[in-house]
Design a protein around this ligand. Structure first.
Ligand code: HAS
Ligand code: HAS
Ligand code: CU
Length: 820
């Protein structure tokens, strides 16, 4: 390629900036690369922290009857180890760390579709981590395992559990916004000429993973929300004391948490494929087949979750159905592995660090995948479930499977991100320490599992055949991993002492990120691309055809302005989360209900104050955000569809809202059908619901009209329409609160499952009315302050789409709670 971007300015000035300057920069940035780096840094820290906790576990289990970590303390360390590794390392690193950094670069664009939403999402993610850490000092770590099974969560350390539930919900919200943003970016913003079928395979992986998140994350949200509500208010769908079904918790949880393992796997498989193609100097073997396999994995992985519950006692027919789907999901996964091998096969393989990690992955993952298939066989699973065989399986696919591809990605893109190489020799030491360390740590655990050692126990007796030896070996392995981890950190730090030598395309890669400078300038590319994309390897094709890049004057490029308000909005949700975890609601006692405020402790009162404080901060920040323009100067946006980015992002996000309500409603319908949730004699008034339906449907019509008016430049009519919609929403809420107050005093939700379901689902809908109303208030405010004109419609389009959703959900609610 003949044209390269000039070296970015900021790398020269970076050293001179103070720490606070840098932090402020990252708080306000809308740059997808910096946001990606934030995710990557937190994830690497997460791995280290989670790993240190794992070491504590291994030290305790090195020999029989140790006393380093006993009982609850052990369970706390175990829970934190797993939760940190999953939610703050493996899930965010691939999808949002590498994803944010490289998706726009690979698509040849300057940023994601909604840059400020991206800032908000990353800080929400960090807020959730801060909340988890605050929880350690205020209530202590939960001690129930990362699965948070019911009814374990109802015993003992409830504050520790509930803060975690709030953190999971915040984390999930950030995750969903990020996923919707990626999907919108892919659909709306690719370099001109790059069709979907010419996207790099990593971009496809992100697309598929984002969709998977949007479809299924509602399961985790539902599980966390219900756990929280039962702890804080006694609202339950699981409590067997009132006819609830505890296993329903597991259905909700695994409905997400099985797909979550593919959320971990898919982005990394994408990285693996990029590495394979570049390092073998070949096109991908079966690009299209790979894409179909990814999509097949997305579909099938939504219907295999019951394999985590074979031993729970669900009907046999269901078990068999889920066994079959579990076996089926191995097929596209296997196809992907064969594709990787096929890509490497016969290539002039460049044996550098990324290649080592890739080959290590293929080798290890085969073992882990096949033991996964063995667990999918019901009779075998009955024998080994809850044993170390399972522990060995999932570390095999995660630690010395997927995480190896994470390392491949780190080494592969390190020169792009930093302009520097990591040392190959040191890297090799890192690789072999991880390889041998993992085998030594986890392969013995397969045998331990077969010998009957159960998981989630803090100790074991001496005298069981080979248990002591195998456990000891496992602990030695873990220390090799520690050594490997230290070597990795050292390699990273050392590389910064070297000069910037990487050049734009150090490995001779074929995708667009390799045309930006290393590290890339803020604007990514100081050139336009040729518009023909014969294959998914444009650089190869263009080289062959003699196509060149067209230089662009960087001064003519406009980027979104920095803004502190997305950060502040995320911060307000941290305050809110803190208040909800430790404040007002905490005063609930199952025996007596809410206790008087006056009796509460000081820290509790402070947290309550924080909760109330969070609301003005939230609204102030959000309105400030909506009131500042994304770009300092008017910029012509190009998008590939006729829909603007706001609409596109919202359309994708709504999938997750539909999924959340669908999951909760499915739970209720199930409880109703099996006769567990019987409506009380006195039910909420159908006439009030009918009136409310009328109000909401009208409001949907009104906002639609307002949208049309704004589009056609009839500003004052549009404003009036928005005002009327808000008014109707408010009237709806007043009726709803009236009804809740009436119905809440007539009978007790802690005594009646139907009523409990009613308050959970209808209450959640009420919350959505508030959110939707806030959403409408934003364009109203924009219209009032003259931020809208014929060409710029502010956030009216997504707000109105969301409002229609809330409306449709209400119709469903009327059907199942009022009419049925
Ligand atoms: Fe898994 C438990 C089944 C892949 C992660 N898994 C877990 C847990 C985690 C996890 C975290 O059916 C435990 C959670 C907890 O704390 O309780 N898993 C599978 C299957 C696959 C699989 C069938 N798992 C993953 C990946 C993960 C992950 C990927 C994270 C990144 N897993 C289970 C089951 C349980 C389970 C049970 C529950 C156990 C219990 O009792 O609790 C597949 O996606 C793997 C497919 C990949 C391959 C390798 C390449 C394929 C080739 C094709 C030819 C091979 C064939 C198989 C056709 C299969 C090359 C031949 C079969 C022979 C036996 C020879
Ligand atoms: Fe694990 C259970 C051992 C890695 C995930 N693990 C789980 C569970 C999950 C999970 C989901 O041997 C199930 C939890 C449950 O039942 O609820 N695990 C290990 C070991 C490693 C390890 C030895 N795990 C992972 C990864 C995961 C993951 C990666 C997901 C992505 N894990 C266990 C064991 C159990 C277990 C037992 C079962 C226990 C039971 O009772 O059932 C290693 O691969 C970790 C290697 C990493 C390191 C860290 C290197 C650290 C460095 C930092 C040094 C920095 C310093 C400076 C000194 C050894 C390089 C200070 C730094 C700061 C950041 C402050
Ligand atoms: Cu699974």
């Amino acid at each position: 390629m003949t044209v390269h971007a000039p070296l970015p300015q900021h790398t020269q000035t970076a050293a001179k900036r103070g720490v606070w300057e840098v932090i402020k920069d990252y708080m306000m940035t809308t740059d997808h690369k910096k946001i990606g780096l934030l995710y990557i840094i937190v994830s690497v820290l997460g791995f280290c922290l989670g790993g240190l906790l794992a070491l504590a576990i291994r030290v305790q289990l090195a020999l029989p009857e140790q006393t380093l970590l006993v009982g609850t303390a052990y369970n706390q360390v175990l829970t934190m180890h797993a939760a940190i590794m999953l939610f703050f390392f493996l899930i965010p690193l691939g999808l949002f760390g590498f994803g944010n950094y490289f998706l726009p670069l690979q698509l040849g664009v300057r940023d994601v579709a909604l840059p400020r939403l991206n800032t908000f999402a990353v800080w929400l993610f960090i807020a959730s981590l801060i909340l988890v850490v605050l929880g350690l000092f205020n209530g202590g770590a939960p001690s129930v395992g990362w699965t948070f099974y019911y009814p374990l969560t109802m015993d003992g350390n409830q504050t520790g559990v509930s803060v975690f539930m709030v953190a999971v919900i915040l984390n999930g919200l950030g995750s969903l916004l990020g996923s919707a943003n990626f999907a919108a970016t892919i659909v709306n913003l690719r370099a001109p000429g790059m069709g979907l079928w010419k996207m790099p395979i990593f971009a496809w992986s992100l697309f598929a993973t984002s969709i998977l998140q949007l479809l299924t994350l509602g399961g985790l949200t539902a599980a966390a929300l219900l756990t929280y509500l039962e702890i804080k208010l006694g609202l339950s769908m699981f409590n067997p004391g009132i006819g609830g079904v505890p296993v329903l918790y597991q259905q909700f949880f695994w409905f997400y948490s099985h797909p979550a393992v593919y959320v971990m796997l898919l982005p990394y498989l994408g990285i693996g494929a990029e590495v394979a193609s570049t390092m073998a100097r070949k096109p991908l073997f079966g690009y299209r087949v790979m894409v179909y396999s990814i999509l097949a994995i997305v579909l099938v992985s939504c219907i295999v979750w019951l394999h985590h519950m074979f031993a729970v006692g669900v009907p046999e027919a269901w078990q068999i159905a889920f066994m079959i789907s579990t076996l089926i999901v191995a097929v596209p996964t296997g196809v992907k592995i064969f594709n990787l091998i096929g890509t490497l096969w016969g290539g002039r393989i460049l044996m550098r660090m990324p290649t080592y990690w890739l080959i290590g992955f293929i080798f290890n993952f085969l073992i882990g995948g096949i033991t996964g298939v063995s667990l999918g066989m019901i009779p075998f699973d009955y024998q080994v479930t809850m044993s170390y065989y399972v522990v060995a399986h999932f570390h095999n696919v995660m630690m010395f499977g997927t995480a190896f591809l994470a390392m491949a990605g780190l080494y592969y893109w390190w020169p792009k991100m930093t302009g520097r190489f990591m040392d190959e020799k040191v890297g090799l030491a890192h690789f072999w320490l991880f390889m041998v360390g993992s085998w030594l740590t986890f392969l013995p655990q397969y045998i331990l599992g077969l010998l009957g050692m159960p998981r989630r126990y803090y100790t074991y007796p001496s005298g069981n055949w080979a248990w002591t030896e195998l456990n000891f070996a496992s602990t030695v392995g873990a220390f090799l991993l520690l050594l490997g981890g230290l070597v990795m950190l050292w390699n990273m730090f050392q590389s910064f002492k070297r000069p910037i030598t990487a050049g734009p395309n150090p490995w001779g890669g074929f995708t667009l990120e390799w045309t930006s400078s290393s590290p890339p300038a803020a604007y990514n590319f100081a050139h336009d691309f040729p518009q023909n994309f014969p294959t998914e390897r444009p650089l190869y094709d263009w080289e062959k055809n003699g196509d060149t890049l067209t230089p662009v004057d960087p001064k003519s490029i406009h980027l979104p302005q920095d803004s502190i308000w997305p950060f502040m909005t995320a911060f307000s949700l941290l305050l809110m989360g803190y208040g909800l975890s430790f404040g007002w609601f905490t005063n609930y006692d199952p025996a007596v209900g809410l206790k008087p405020f006056a009796d509460a402790s000081l820290s509790f009162k402070i947290a309550t104050a924080v909760l109330y404080l969070s609301f003005p901060v939230f609204f102030y920040s959000l309105f400030k955000w909506a009131g500042t323009r994304e770009y300092a100067v008017p910029v012509a946006h190009h998008h590939l569809t006729k829909y603007d980015n706001g609409f596109m992002g919202m359309a994708w996000f709504i999938i997750s809202e539909v999924s959340l309500f669908a999951i909760l409603i499915a739970g209720y319908v199930y409880l109703r059908v099996i006769g567990a949730a019987e409506p009380p004699a006195l039910r909420p008034n159908i006439w009030l619901a009918a009136l409310n339906t009328l109000i909401l449907v009208t409001s949907s019509g009104v906002i639609h009209k307002a949208e049309q008016d704004l589009h056609h430049g009839r500003a004052s009519w549009g404003r009036l329409g928005l005002f009327i919609t808000l008014l109707l929403g408010a009237i709806f809420m007043i009726f709803q609160v009236y009804e809740f107050a009436l119905f809440g005093t007539e009978s007790d939700w802690r005594q009646n499952l139907w009523q409990s379901c009613f308050f959970i689902i209808v209450g959640l809908h009420g919350l959505h009315i508030l959110i939707g109303g806030t959403g409408i208030a934003l364009p109203y405010y924009q219209a009032l302050t003259g931020k809208m004109d014929k060409y710029n419609h502010g956030s009216i389009v997504p707000a109105s789409l969301y409002w229609h959703l809330v409306d449709v959900v209400w119709l469903l609610i009327v059907a199942i709670f009022y009419a049925w």
